[in-house]
Design a binder for this molecule. Structure first.
Ligand code: ADP
Ligand code: ZN
Length: 535
C-alpha cells in the first residue's frame, strides 16, 4: 500500500499542476489528498479560503470512478460546475433546478463513467431513485461539504444530513471525506458520530487568519461610521458590507454611492438578473463594495476582498467567523469591522423569543447570541477569544494572549468601575416591575435615569419615582452602553417580544453591593478619529 500511496501522491501533485495550475499544496492538503486517494475516510476542518475543494476534487480525479459531492448550496452548484468545466474537469450536478431532460443527460453521463465529479443536494439521497442510480455507477469517493450541518447543536442544522450515515452502510468500500469551515470541538465530535465515520482521520487546520484585523466598535451612527472607515482605510478597495434587512441593504448601498464609495445592493428581493450582474461586477472590478444580506459570499471566490463590515450583529460566532473569513483570502492585510449597539442585542433577543422553534431551539439560539456578545464585549484579544471558541486556544491560554492585530491588542480598552451605574439601572428595573402588566424597554429606563419628561414618563407618573433623574452623571450613549454590557454580562435579560428588561439570579449580588461590575469604556468615534484611527 505504501508504494501505491507514493504513486498516488505524485499523481495528485501532477493533477494539481496540470489541471489547476498551482505549484504546491497548501497546509495539509497534500496529506489529506494522500489519505483519501489511499481509500481512507477523513474529517477536514479548515477555515474559509483554506482550500477545501481541492481536498476532494483531486482524489476524485486520481481515483477511478465519479466523486459524489453532497452540498446544501444548490444555488452555487451551477457556478462550481462551470468553473470546473472551464478547467477541463468533467463535472455535473443534479438538483431541483434541472428539468427532466437535463437530469437524464447528467444521469447518462454518470452511468457511462463520463463524470469526474457529481454534485448532489442532500435531500436527493433520501430518494430511492437516487440511491439506485448511484448503485449502478462507479463511485470514487463521497465528499460531504458543509458537514457542520449534521450537528443539531450547531447554527445551521439540516435534518437531511442525518441521513448521510447511510452512505457508509451502502458503500462501505468507498472513502468519505467530510469538510467544514465552522466547527467547535463539540460539532467536530458530532460530525464523526452522526455521519457514521468513527474511525475517520481528522485533519484540523489552524483557524487563525493572521492577516485579518478584527475590530468591533460601538454603534452610534452606523452608516457614517462605515463611510469613515471605508474612506480612511479602504478607499478604492473591494469589500462586503453585511446588513440584516433588505431595506437596510438598499439604504446603505445608496448612502455609500451618494458619498463617493461605489456600492451595489445584493439580497433575495432583487431579481435574479440584477443579482447576477452585481455579483459579476464584484468579481470583475477592483474596488466595488457589495452591501448584502448574509446569503452573499457563500462560495464566491474573490481573493482580494480587503474588508468585511457588519452593520448588524451576527447571530453566532460561527456566522461571524465565516463571513469575516471572506476577507483577505490572498493573505494580504484585511479588516473585519463590526459596529454593534444595544439595539442589536434587544432586537436579536426579541427575534429569538418571538420566532418559531421549540424551547430547545430558542435556548440554543440564545447560547449562540451570548457567545457573540461575549466576543463583542471582551477586553481580551479578539483573536485569542475566537481561537479558543473553536477549540484552538493559544498555548499560553486565551487570558494573556496578545495577537497584536486586533482592536483590543492595538488599543487596549480601558475599563471602569460601573457598579453604581449598574445598581441604578437594576433599581429602575426592580421599580418598574412593580407596575404589573406594563412593559418597559431599555429606552424608557434611560429616559427615567436621565430625568426626561417624555410622554410615557408623564403618562405613568414616572417622574414621581425615586429613580427618576438619578443618572445625570452620564449621557444617553453611556447609559445605553451600561445597559448593553449588563445584558452581555448576564446581569440582566430581555424578555418577551416587547423587549422588557428583567433581572437575573446574578443581579441580586450587584444590588446588594456584593459584586463589583467592571465595564469597558466605549471609545467614541470622535476620539478614535482624533487618536489617528487608521492602522
Ligand atoms: P474553501 O472551500 O476552503 O473556502 P477553496 O477551496 O474555495 O476554499 O479555495 C480558496 C482559494 O484558494 C481558491 O481560489 C483556490 O483555488 C485557492 N487554492 C486552493 N488550494 C491552493 C493551492 N494549493 N495553491 C494555490 N491556491 C490554492
Ligand atoms: Zn489581538
Amino acid at each position: 500500500a505504501g508504494g501505491a500511496q507514493g504513486a498516488g501522491e505524485s499523481e495528485a501533485l501532477h493533477t494539481l499542476r496540470r489541471v489547476f495550475g498551482y505549484d504546491a499544496f497548501r497546509g495539509e492538503q497534500g496529506q489529506i489528498i494522500d489519505h483519501v486517494v489511499g481509500g481512507g475516510d477523513a474529517v477536514v476542518l479548515m477555515p474559509t479560503g483554506g482550500g477545501k475543494s481541492l481536498c476532494y476534487q483531486i482524489p476524485a480525479l486520481v481515483r477511478p470512478g465519479t466523486g459524489v459531492v453532497i452540498s446544501p448550496l444548490i444555488a452555487l452548484m451551477q457556478d462550481q460546475v462551470d468553473a470546473l468545466r472551464a478547467l477541463g474537469v468533467r463535472a455535473g450536478f443534479i438538483n431541483s433546478t434541472l428539468d427532466f431532460e437535463e437530469r437524464r443527460v447528467v444521469e447518462a453521463e454518470f452511468l457511462a463513467g463520463e463524470l469526474d465529479l457529481l454534485y448532489l443536494a442532500p435531500e436527493r439521497l433520501r430518494l430511492e431513485a437516487t440511491a439506485s442510480l448511484l448503485e449502478r455507477g462507479k463511485i470514487s469517493l463521497f465528499a460531504i461539504d458543509e458537514a457542520h450541518c449534521v450537528s443539531q447543536w450547531g447554527h445551521d442544522f439540516r435534518p437531511d444530513y442525518l441521513e448521510l450515515a447511510v452512505l457508509g452502510e451502502r458503500w462501505p468500500e468507498v472513502p468519505r471525506i467530510a469538510l467544514t469551515a465552522t466547527a467547535t470541538p463539540d460539532t467536530h465530535r458530532e460530525i464523526g458520530q452522526r455521519l457514521g465515520m468513527p474511525s475517520a482521520r481528522s485533519f484540523v487546520a489552524s483557524f487563525d487568519r493572521p492577516n485579518i484585523q478584527y475590530r468591533i466598535v460601538p454603534k452610534r451612527d452606523p452608516r457614517k461610521q462605515l463611510l469613515r472607515f471605508v474612506k480612511e482605510e479602504h478607499a478604492g478597495d473591494a469589500g462586503i458590507v453585511y446588513c440584516l434587512s433588505r431595506n437596510s441593504v438598499e439604504r446603505t448601498a445608496e448612502f455609500l454611492s451618494g458619498n463617493g464609495v461605489e456600492a451595489v445592493p445584493y439580497h433575495a428581493g432583487l431579481d435574479a438578473g440584477t443579482r447576477a450582474a452585481h455579483q459579476a461586477r464584484f468579481l470583475r472590478e477592483d474596488g466595488l463594495v457589495v452591501v448584502a444580506t448574509i446569503a452573499f459570499g457563500m462560495g464566491i471566490d474573490k481573493p482580494d476582498v480587503r474588508f468585511v463590515a457588519h452593520l448588524d450583529l451576527p447571530k453566532s460566532v460561527e456566522g461571524y467567523y465565516q463571513e469575516t473569513g471572506r476577507a483577505g483570502r490572498d493573505g494580504l492585510p484585511s479588516t473585519a469591522w463590526l459596529a454593534y449597539g444595544l439595539q442589536d442585542v434587544v432586537q436579536q433577543r426579541k427575534l429569538i423569543e418571538s420566532g418559531e422553534g421549540d424551547q430547545a431551539f430558542q435556548r440554543r439560539a440564545r447560547g449562540h447570541l451570548d457567545a457573540m456578545l461575549a466576543l463583542c464585549e471582551t477586553v481580551r484579544c479578539r483573536r485569542g477569544e475566537l481561537l479558543a471558541y473553536f477549540g484552538q486556544e493559544p498555548e499560553q491560554g486565551a487570558e494573556g494572549y496578545r495577537c497584536g492585530n486586533c482592536d483590543t491588542c492595538l488599543t487596549p480598552p480601558e475599563t471602569w468601575d460601573a457598579t453604581v451605574p449598574a445598581q441604578k439601572v437594576l433599581s429602575a428595573v426592580v421599580r418598574l416591575k412593580r407596575e404589573r402588566g406594563q412593559k418597559f424597554g431599555s429606552g424608557h429606563i434611560v429616559d427615567l435615569l436621565l430625568g426626561r419628561k417624555t410622554a410615557k414618563v408623564i403618562q405613568f407618573d414616572h417622574d414621581a419615582l425615586t429613580v427618576f433623574g438619578i443618572g445625570t452623571e452620564l449621557g444617553e450613549p453611556e447609559w445605553r452602553g451600561v445597559v448593553r454590557q449588563l445584558l452581555a454580562q448576564g446581569l440582566m435579560e430581555v424578555e418577551g417580544e416587547h423587549g422588557t428588561l428583567v433581572l437575573t439570579d446574578a443581579s441580586a449580588d450587584v444590588l446588594r453591593g456584593a459584586r463589583e461590575v467592571r465595564m469597558r469604556k466605549d471609545v467614541l468615534p470622535a476620539q478614535q478619529a482624533r487618536s489617528g484611527g487608521g492602522q
